[in-house]
Structure formats: structure tokens, C-alpha cells
Design a protein around this ligand. Structure first.
Ligand SMILES: Cc1ncc(C[n+]2csc(CCOP(=O)(O)OP(=O)(O)O)c2C)c(N)n1
Length: 904
């Protein structure tokens, strides 16, 4: 038995408590009686006022104050504040038993079929009542309904309920975790795999709570900007207590409190266990989370003990129970969950004579039946009821449960229960009896699914409840109206007709966004998102143009108020300025990018960030965004390992395009020209907002300034498919008609490195008499994808779906076998250019920026990574087998003795 170190020493102790000696018990009693009298006569509010004043005074007198962020280990909501239960507890218990049974049967059956399928029983067993009270009384469905983020490995319970509701078939349940085999069910909530069912992917622990918080915040944004009236809608998020150790799970706590998100209820299923063992064996996860959430400014509701304990609390006038709870660490609570009433009596209650006496009238079985709060619908109902009525703060409900509840010796509270998925006949029968399920022995042994007839009282009740709450959940909708999207000439004429004007693609982007924000059709739907780098990317003008969202407007006169583009915060501000918080910014982006589904109104998020702090920093969130079928733009700005010069190892991105290429629905582009950017934006908007394609775009932007050409005739298709020719091999001025250079190379350049490829072509022609054709590669990823599709179609003898009849990929069309080598260079690791190697029939050299980024000028960096014009020219000569390659290296000052950049 240990003591919990973080327990609050201010908890009132019983007079004469040996652990908290009182030097003057009589005086203490007088103070307490005085407070009681005050509450009695003038009410709790007055008592709060006086206590606050006393504390203030004590502080000025430098009296050390007790820690105030922890309360006793009892329910926050007292019996007197409990609303009457508004349902039929008997029927609900029978429904809940059926859901529990079917969830368990699903996992056991799947594992009888194949041990490799996995699945979890114990987590849902602990969460079942938390979910069921929600389904029967709180979760509203439909367009104006609530958004529920489910604890991922409790999915079997959600499926089991949908089965009872008639929304899933027995066959689907039987195909649990085999959704690729046909009519089955995915392991965890995945909108990609079950697009009509799951709304929010939560399988990667920690993202659920973060996404839920930013969803609640985005709902306020939609309301405040008068786009959708989201008032009254709630976000519910169910999360494991072990999961709360994920940094992402805690990352949004302060914004939720700061923005007073009382439309959010987070329910932490505190079964005190995670996968390997206890969450805080030597401490108390409930007390720890209470301190964290209360400190961040949340309304904390502890839901620890069931109604069974109320009579005991009522008789326990000297708070012996509170004292005993506080000194019990979670490792012990887990043991009490796994053991019998007799054991609990012996080890928990018998420690103090007062507690022994308190339960003397109870049998061991009675003690065994003393439930934890998260298993008592009455207490759960009360906690939810209060949470919904709480104003001005988000609410967290810390619900204590038992992991594997009802699994008896097969799993309840056992160290190994998380992965327990096999139950023998005896254990199955015991489970049936424990929940009084009407199942024959043989059916029980066979783990038969059970669904009473529609007209049975249970089913009639279940459907009536859901009808009252607007329909069934979870259900994902995609009803948003398509939006007409503008043509590039409407927002990017300057880029399409650049005619040699100098600018960077970042500057071009900012101009395009500025114009798009004024577009009558989609302007209001754009959600610009930045993570404290707006000024870096030259977006400061937008601060005033559309304002920065703040739910309380601007309470101060900004220092720069007299400037044209001052820092303007407004309730209807359009920009989400997330501060230095890429995780939060992506969470906002996901909320906006899925608004077409969650809110029936398509938004167009444009999140611009330092490209290194995207896929690398929050890659898992982007993966979840892809799973969520997000539609929107991600802009990796001042991208490229050598273009963002001077910033060094941690900022210079050479990998994001490689990671982006692994995400099936991410269309990744690295345009080097402003006109290319315009075409990509135009097409992206059309596909996402007009055609409702479930894709999102990753586009890199650079801050290098150079002359921009107008959009070449006929280039549009190539830009979108991944490459187009920008330069023919040159001819000497005096060349006779029909002149052809003997040697020719083809150079591919991506992003700003296209400029190096163009310069290399000049070097090759002028210095070495080699003809060079230059292609701008806007997307190695798109080129590869299409070529793979074509190759697969050929392999399988089927027709290529996108390009019917055309059996040659775009790469092969652009770079047919010709005997001329191909040299590609990008500002990313060479593996990016290598993505297309299999389809190039001639010698192929892929140059890239492998190695750590470093601080230097652009020219030096490009030389260092060997993607500069000279290195490209030398690579071309070498690929031609031209003996002059060595001379060229010498002439251009390339030190061939240096080790490769990745080893320097
Ligand atoms: C990011 C991440 N890490 C690890 C896992 C694997 N995992 C799934 S459930 C689980 C334990 C969950 O414990 P807890 O959150 O306490 O929930 P409980 O099952 O106890 O209700 C783990 C480690 C995961 N899904 N995601």
C-alpha cells in the first residue's frame, strides 16, 4: 500500500487523523461549523465569495496555500444535483447486455476463424455504458446533430449496436477486420474504408481528442462567420486514459479553454489500464488529469462511483471512504477490479475499523456488485446532463471503469486483458449469466449473434430513442452542394501572362489567394490557415483584408493600427492564425477540409507553413486527414533544401515530396513557375469543390525571384499530369536548315531547380556543343502514379481506367526511347526524381539534395548538393559518355575528390 504523491493535502481529514495531525481539533471544528452555517444561511455562492476573499488575504499575508487543483476522490456531482433518470433502466440494461454480447462474439468469432485478425474486447467492455447512455439519451444525429469521436478500439461495440439497429448485417459482423474481403468491417473508425459509416478516424491514439477540440473550435468559426449555424451542436470525444499520455491528446487543452468551447465534452474512460499494464500504477491518473484539465481551465467532472455507493457515502460522515480512496494507488484499484468481494472487503475495507463497520451489513457478493461510476447509467446520465448545461468552459468527464468489465476471471482488471480475444465455453457462459442474456448454451458456445425481433420491447425502445434523437450514429454524409470554381484567368491573369516579369512562386501564391478571397463563389469559403509565419510568406496584407478570427474580437488597439495592413482580429475574421502550433493548424485544416461532410458545407482550407514542419512534423495527422477524405490545399512554403537558404539543418526540407508521394489521395506538386501554380490551383479547386473528388493537394512554394514566362500554349495538360517541355534544343545562330546536334540530352528540372536545368542547357550548348531539351517536372508523384496504373493495366490485361485506349504513360510519351540520356534534378532527395526511373528507357541520372540541410547561400548550397547548373551539365556530359566530363568539372571548379554530400 503506498500513498498517492499528488494527493491534495487540503482534503478535509477526520478530526484526529494520524496522517494529518491537528494541533487544535476544537478550533478546526468551529471553523468548519461556521462555514456550514454560512452555506446554510446564505448559500454556496456566498461561501465561494468568502473563501476567495480569504485566500486573497492569505496570499497577501504570505501564508503558504494548499494545492487547489485536486478535489477528493469522489463524484463531482452530488446526489442532490443529480437529475432524475429519463429512461427505462431495465430495458436499457437488456439492450446494453445484447450490445456487449454481440461485440464480444464478433471478436471471438473472428479469432476462431483466424488468429491473425486481432480485435479487442476489454476496452469496449469498459466503455459500454458510457456509449450506451450517449446513444439512448444524448448523441443527436442528422445535419444539426452532434459529432462523436469514438475510442478506436471500442469499435466492436459501435458495430454491435449498429447491428441491433439493423444497420449492419450478420455477414458484416462476421467479416469484422476483413473489410477488404468484401462486405466487412474495418478494425477502427476509418472514413476511407467505411465512407458511409465512420466520420472521424481515431485509430492513431491522441489524434481523436486533438481533432475533436479543433472541430469544436471550427464549429464556432463557422457560426461566427455566418456560414453555418452550428449553435447547439456538440462534439463528444471518447478517449482512453492511457491515450491521454500522447502529447497530441493534451496539445489542444488550452485553446479549448481559452476559446470557451462549451460545445465540447471529452469523456476519458479511466479504466486505469492501458495495453501493457496500469496507466499510473503508483499514482492516480484521475487525480493527475484533474489537475491538468483544471489547470488549463476546463470544467472537470469526476464520475468515479456508482449509485451503489451513495448509501455508504451518506453514512460515512467522517469521510473514511475519501481517505481510503486517496491513499489507494491505481495499481491497487486494478487488483480490486480483478478480485472478489471477499478480497475487496479484506484488503480495502478492513484496513480501518470504521470502514469495516461501514460495510458490515453487506455480503461479499454485495461488495462485488459495488460498481464504478462509469458503469452506472444513472451517474453517467447525470454527468452528461450537467456537461451539456455547463457554460463558458469545455467539460472533461473522468469516468472510472473496469477494463474488461464483466469478463470475470477471463479478463476483468487482468494485466493482459487488453489483448484477450479468446473465451472458452465456461467463460462465455459466465459472461451470459453475468449480464442475464437470453441465450441457449449451444448458441452461447457458438458465439451466435443475437438480435431480438423488431417488435420486441428492447428493439422498439432502441429505435424510439434513436428516432427521438434524429436518427442513427455514426453516419457519414457527403451532401454538400458542388461549388462553381473560378478559372485561372480570373485570379491569376498576371501569372498566365507573366511575360518575363520577375517574382517568386510564393509571391504569386499570395496574389492569387488575395484575388480568390474576393471571388464571389468561393471567396467566403476559403480558410487561410497560418502557424505564425504569415509575415515570412508575405501575407501580412491579408490580416487586414479578411481579418484574423478571434471569438471575442480585438480587445486592444494594435500597435500598428495606423498601418495599411495592421494586425486585425475580428469575430468574423477569416484567417485562422494558430500560433507556433503545426499540430493545431493541421487539426484546424482537417476540420475545414471535412466540413463538406461534417457540416454539409464545403470549405476550402489553405494552410501555408514551413514545408519541413509538415509531413515530417505532423505526418501522422496528415495521414489521418487523408483517411478523413479531406479536401483542401497544403502549401509547403519556402520549400526545397537549397531554396530556403541560410536556415540550416532543421528547416531546409528535402523530403516532404517523398513522404507526400506515399499518401494515395494526396496530389503533390512542386511547380517552378507561377503559371504552373495557377493551373494547379484552378484544377484542384475544380476537382475538390466542383467534382467532389476525395483528394487534397500538397503544393510547394519558393521564395526565389526569377523571370516568369507566360503559360506556354498547350502546356496545361502536361502541368497537371506531371511534366511539360519548356525548352527545345537550341541551334547556333548560323545553323543551316535541318541542322541537328550530334549529341543531345534531356534535362528535367523541378521547382526552382528548373532554373538550374535551363542554365545547364545553355552551358551544354554554348560550352560543349551538346543540345539540351528541358522539361519542367511539376510532379514526380503524379507521373509515377499514372505510369504504375498503366503498367498494372497492361500486366492484368485490363484497360487503363483514366486514359482509355491510351496504353502509354505520360512519362513514356514525353520521354520516348531516343538514345539521349535523361538527367533530372530537384530540390528534394534524389529518391524523389527516382520515382520515375522504371519508365525511362535511356540512361537516367537522378540528382537531389541528399544529406542534412545547412546554412549557406543558394548558390553554395546547390553546389554542395550538386544540383547546380554546373553539376547538372557535368552529369549530362558524363551520362553521354563524353570524355570531356572531367574537363568540365575542372573548368566549373567542382571538387571531385569530396565525399558525397550525405556523408559530409
Ligand atoms: C499512436 C498509437 N500508439 C499505439 C497504439 C496501439 N494501441 C492501441 S490501444 C492501446 C492501449 C490503449 O489504452 P487506453 O488508451 O488506456 O485505452 P483502453 O483500451 O484501456 O480503454 C495502444 C497502445 C495506437 N493505436 N496508436
Amino acid at each position: 500500500m503506498g500513498t498517492v504523491p499528488i494527493m491534495d493535502p487540503s482534503i478535509p481529514r477526520q478530526v484526529g487523523d494520524p496522517h494529518d495531525p491537528d494541533s487544535d481539533p476544537l478550533e478546526t471544528r468551529e471553523w468548519i461549523e461556521a462555514l456550514d452555517a454560512l452555506i446554510e444561511a446564505e448559500g454556496a455562492e456566498r461561501a465561494t465569495f468568502l473563501l476567495r476573499r480569504l485566500l486573497q488575504h492569505a496570499r497577501t499575508r504570505r501564508v503558504p496555500l494548499p494545492q487547489v487543483l485536486a478535489t477528493p476522490y469522489v463524484n463531482t456531482i452530488g446526489l442532490a444535483e443529480q437529475p432524475p433518470y429519463q429512461g427505462n433502466l431495465d430495458i436499457e440494461a437488456r439492450i446494453s447486455a445484447l450490445v456487449r454480447w454481440n461485440a464480444l462474439a464478433m471478436v471471438v468469432r473472428a479469432n476462431r476463424l483466424s488468429g491473425e485478425l486481432g480485435g479487442h474486447i476489454a476496452s469496449y467492455a469498459s466503455a459500454a455504458d458510457l456509449f450506451e447512455v450517449g446513444f439512448n439519451h444524448f448523441f443527436r444525429a442528422g445535419e444539426r446533430g452532434d459529432l462523436v469521436y469514438f475510442q478506436p478500439h471500442s469499435a466492436p461495440g459501435v458495430y454491435a449496436r449498429a447491428f441491433l439497429e439493423g444497420r449492419l448485417t450478420e455477414e458484416q459482423l462476421d467479416n469484422y477486420r476483413r473489410e477488404t474481403g468484401g462486405k466487412g468491417l474495418s478494425s477502427y473508425p476509418h472514413p476511407w474504408l467505411m465512407p458511409n459509416f465512420w466520420q472521424f478516424p481515431t485509430g492513431s491514439m491522441g489524434l481523436g481528442p486533438l481533432f475533436a477540440i479543433y472541430q469544436a473550435r471550427f464549429m464556432r468559426y463557422l457560426r461566427d462567420r455566418a456560414i453555418v449555424d452550428t449553435s447547439g451542436r456538440k462534439v463528444w470525444c471518447f478517449v482512453g486514459d492511457g491515450e491521454m499520455d500522447e502529447p497530441e491528446a493534451l496539445a489542444g487543452l488550452s485553446i479549448a479553454a481559452r476559446e470557451k468551447l462549451d460545445n465540447l465534452v471529452l469523456v476519458v474512460n479511466c479504466n486505469l489500464q492501458r495495453l501493457d499494464g496500469p496507466v499510473r500504477g503508483n499514482g492516480s491518473i484521475v487525480q493527475e488529469l484533474e489537475g491538468l484539465f483544471a489547470g488549463a481551465g476546463w470544467n472537470v467532472v469526476k464520475l468515479l462511483w456508482s449509485s451503489d455507493w451513495d448509501p455508504l457515502f451518506a453514512r460515512d460522515v467522517h469521510q473514511w471512504l475519501e481517505k481510503r480512496f486517496l491513499e489507494t494507488v491505481d495499481g491497487e484499484f486494478q487488483t480490486y477490479a480483478a478480485t472478489s468481494g471477499a478480497f475487496n472487503r479484506e484488503h480495502f475495507f478492513n484496513k480501518y475499523p470504521e470502514l469495516r463497520e461501514l460495510v458490515a451489513h453487506l455480503s461479499d457478493d454485495d461488495i462485488d456488485r459495488l460498481r464504478r461510476g462509469g458503469h452506472d447509467p444513472v451517474k453517467i446520465f447525470s454527468a452528461y446532463w450537467h456537461a451539456l448545461r455547463h457554460e463558458g468552459q469545455p467539460t472533461v468527464i473522468l469516468a472510472m471503469t473496469k477494463k474488461g468489465y464483466g469478463m470475470g476471471s477471463a479478463g476483468q482488471g487482468r494485466m493482459t486483458t487488453h489483448q484477450h480475444k479468446k473465451l472458452d465455453t465456461v467463460e462465455l457462459l459466465a459472461f451470459r449469466d453475468r449480464f442475464a442474456l437470453p441465450i441457449e448454451d449451444a448458441a452461447c458456445d457458438a458465439c451466435a449473434f443475437v438480435r431480438p425481433p423488431r417488435e420486441s420491447p428492447e428493439m422498439a425502445y432502441l429505435h424510439a430513442r434513436r428516432e427521438k434523437l434524429g436518427g442513427y450514429l455514426p453516419a457519414r454524409s457527403t451532401k454538400a452542394e458542388p461549388l462553381p470554381t473560378p478559372e485561372a484567368k480570373a485570379f491569376a491573369k498576371f501569372a498566365l501572362e507573366a511575360d518575363g516579369k520577375e517574382m517568386s512562386t510564393t509571391v504569386a501564391f499570395v496574389r492569387m489567394v488575395g484575388a480568390l478571397l474576393r471571388d464571389a463563389s468561393i471567396g467566403k469559403r476559403i480558410v487561410p490557415i497560418i502557424a505564425d509565419e504569415g509575415r515570412t510568406f508575405g501575407m501580412a496584407d491579408l490580416f487586414r483584408q479578411v481579418g484574423i478570427y478571434s471569438p471575442i474580437g480585438q480587445l486592444y488597439e494594435p500597435e500598428d493600427q495606423h498601418q495599411l495592413s495592421y494586425y486585425k482580429e475580428a469575430v468574423d475574421g477569416q484567417i485562422l492564425e494558430e500560433g507556433i502550433n503545426e499540430a493545431g493548424a493541421i487539426a484546424s485544416w482537417v476540420a475545414a477540409a471535412t466540413s463538406y461532410s461534417a457540416h454539409g458545407v464545403a470549405m476550402l482550407p489553405m494552410y501555408i507553413y514551413y514545408s519541413m514542419f509538415g509531413f515530417q512534423r505532423v505526418g501522422d495527422e496528415i495521414w489521418a486527414a487523408a483517411d478523413s477524405r479531406s479536401r483542401g490545399f497544403l502549401f509547403g512554403a519556402t520549400a526545397g533544401r537549397t531554396t530556403l537558404s541560410g536556415e540550416g539543418l532543421q528547416h531546409e526540407d528535402g523530403t516532404s515530396h517523398l513522404i507526400a508521394s506515399t499518401i494515395p489521395n494526396c496530389r503533390a506538386y512542386d511547380p517552378g513557375l507561377a503559371c504552373e501554380l495557377a493551373v494547379i490551383l484552378e484544377d484542384g479547386m475544380r476537382r475538390m469543390l466542383g467534382e467532389h473528388e476525395d483528394v487534397f493537394y500538397y503544393v510547394t512554394l519558393m521564395n526565389e525571384v526569377y523571370a516568369q514566362p507566360s503559360l506556354p500554349e498547350g502546356a496545361r495538360e502536361g502541368i497537371l499530369r506531371g511534366m511539360h517541355r519548356v525548352r527545345e534544343p537550341g541551334k547556333p545562330a548560323s545553323a543551316p536548315p535541318g541542322f541537328a546536334r550530334k549529341q543531345k540530352v534531356r534535362l528535367l528540372g523541378a521547382g526552382t531547380i528548373l532554373q538550374e536545368a535551363l542554365a545547364a542547357a545553355d552551358l551544354l550548348e554554348n560550352d560543349w556543343g551538346v543540345g539540351a531539351e528541358v522539361f519542367s517536372v511539376t510532379s514526380f508523384t503524379e507521373l509515377r502514379r499514372e505510369a504504375m496504373e498503366v503498367g498494372r493495366a497492361e500486366r492484368l490485361g485490363s484497360r487503363h481506367s483514366r486514359e482509355e485506349g491510351n496504353r502509354r504513360s505520360w512519362i513514356e510519351q514525353q520521354l520516348p526511347q531516343s538514345g539521349s540520356p535523361v538527367i533530372a534534378a530537384s530540390d528534394y532527395v534524389s529518391a524523389v526524381a527516382d520515382l520515375i526511373r522504371p519508365w525511362i528507357r535511356d540512361a537516367y541520372v537522378a540528382l537531389g539534395t541528399d544529406g542534412f540541410g545547412r546554412s549557406d547561400t543558394r548558390a553554395s548550397l546547390r553546389r554542395f548538393f550538386e544540383v547546380d547548373r554546373h553539376s547538372i551539365a557535368v552529369a549530362a556530359l558524363s551520362a553521354l559518355g563524353d570524355r570531356r566530363a572531367g574537363d568540365a568539372a575542372k573548368r566549373y571548379g567542382i571538387d571531385t575528390a569530396l565525399p558525397p554530400p550525405s556523408r559530409r
